[in-house]
Ligand binder design. Structure first.
Ligand code: SF4
Ligand code: SF4
Length: 54
C-alpha cells in the first residue's frame, strides 16, 4: 500500500473518521492504514501534523 503513517503521529484519531472506507485502524496506541485503502488522500488533509505520507 502506498500510504503510511509515520512517527510524527500524535494518535489523535482524526484520520480514522476521515477515511470513507474505514481503512485506518487503531492498534494499541498507534494507528495504521490497512489494505482497504483506496488512496483517496482524504486522511492526508485531515491529519493535523501531516503524519500520513505517500
Ligand atoms: S487515503 Fe483515503 S482510503 Fe486510504 S486511508 Fe486515507 S482516507 Fe482512507
Ligand atoms: S490524524 Fe494524524 S496524528 Fe491523528 S491519529 Fe491520524 S495519523 Fe496520527
Amino acid at each position: 500500500m502506498a500510504f503510511k503513517i509515520n512517527q510524527d503521529c500524535i494518535a489523535c484519531g482524526t484520520c480514522v473518521d476521515s477515511c470513507p472506507v474505514g481503512a485506518i485502524v487503531e492498534k494499541g496506541e498507534s494507528f495504521s492504514i490497512t489494505a482497504n485503502c483506496t488512496e483517496c488522500s482524504a486522511c492526508l488533509d485531515a491529519c493535523p501534523v501531516n503524519a500520513i505520507v505517500e
